[in-house]
Design a protein around this ligand. Structure first.
Ligand SMILES: Nc1nc2c(ncn2[C@@H]2O[C@H](COP(=O)(O)OP(=O)(O)O)[C@@H](O)[C@H]2O)c(=O)[nH]1
Ligand SMILES: [Mg+2]
Length: 247
């Protein structure tokens, strides 16, 4: 572990065609947490997101880019970022979407909750839509109901206790990520968030939630497709069976 980064925070985001969002997002993240580094994991976006990132990184040493050959899926991009955080000796790593659904204004409260004045340190702080003060903005009723149903299904099937199990705005203690086998993660799409939560819970991690209001994206388009939603139900059910048999 390199001592140079000891104690440092890494904020990361996976991108696929986020050129309309990434420049302003980068500014807002670095303004919200000036002492953090910011990593972009880009899957060779055709719109030039990765090229933009390289030019920004050349001007600001806090900005880092990880380039992958093509669209390999959000879950694997986040795992690549987690491994980067481990290999480079960061203490905390925050993951967030690049489309402003996860607003940088919440970064200070996510980070502050990791080391409470009383009680044990937190290993995972979830930016939660489903605790008091949290919510969603701009989602039609159907999407809101679907999200709630997905959460209830995962909580029930995997015996998870957080109120928001599927949200991707999270701060992890890097040492807690080192205690789980990131290579064992099977999810490529939607179920990724639940699978990481499940692995951390089983490793004894302390998990907490802080409210966030999730805002639907205003620029660019969603990259998630219907096939992934079907896979979600299947993968969570398989994990639920493993959970029952303690594997
Ligand atoms: N690197 C990478 N990023 C992805 C991929 N799929 C989605 N993303 C990013 O993951 C985040 C969430 O995706 P988004 O399309 O907003 O999903 P939605 O919010 O569920 O509609 C955004 O920052 C996307 O750019 C992928 O295959 N690779
Ligand atoms: Mg989005």
């Amino acid at each position: 572990m390199s001592s140079e980064k000891h104690g440092k925070t890494l904020v990361m985001t996976a991108t696929y065609n986020e050129i309309e969002n990434l420049p302003s997002l980068t500014d807002e993240i670095l303004a919200a947490v000036p002492s953090a580094d910011f990593l972009v994991i880009d899957d060779n976006s055709p719109d030039g997101t990765g090229v933009w990132c390289d030019s920004r990184a050349a001007q600001d040493p806090r900005v880092r880019c990880l380039h992958r050959s093509g669209k390999l899926g959000l879950g694997t991009a986040i795992v690549a970022g987690m491994k980067y955080a481990i290999e480079n000796g960061y203490r905390l790593v925050v993951n967030m979407d690049a489309d402003f659904s996860h607003h940088p204004r919440y970064l200070p409260s996510l980070l502050a909750g990791m080391d409470p004045a009383e009680g044990p340190p937190v290993d995972l702080m979830i930016g939660s839509r489903y605790v008091a003060g949290g919510g969603t903005q701009g989602w039609p009723l159907k999407r809101r109901l679907m999200s709630k149903a997905v959460n209830m299904y995962a909580r029930w099937a995997l015996w998870l206790s957080p109120h928001d199990c599927s949200g991707g705005f999270r701060c992890y203690r890097v040492s807690a990520l080192e205690r789980i086998d990131l290579n064992s993660i099977r999810s490529r799409g939607y179920s990724f968030q639940e699978e990481v939560l499940w692995l951390l819970r089983r490793s004894g991690a302390k998990i907490a939630e802080t409210p966030i209001v999730f805002a639907d994206r205003e620029k660019g388009v969603s990259k998630i497709n219907g096939k992934e939603a079907v896979n979600f139900v299947r993968i969570i059910a398989a994990m639920g069976v493993r959970n029952l048999f303690g594997r």
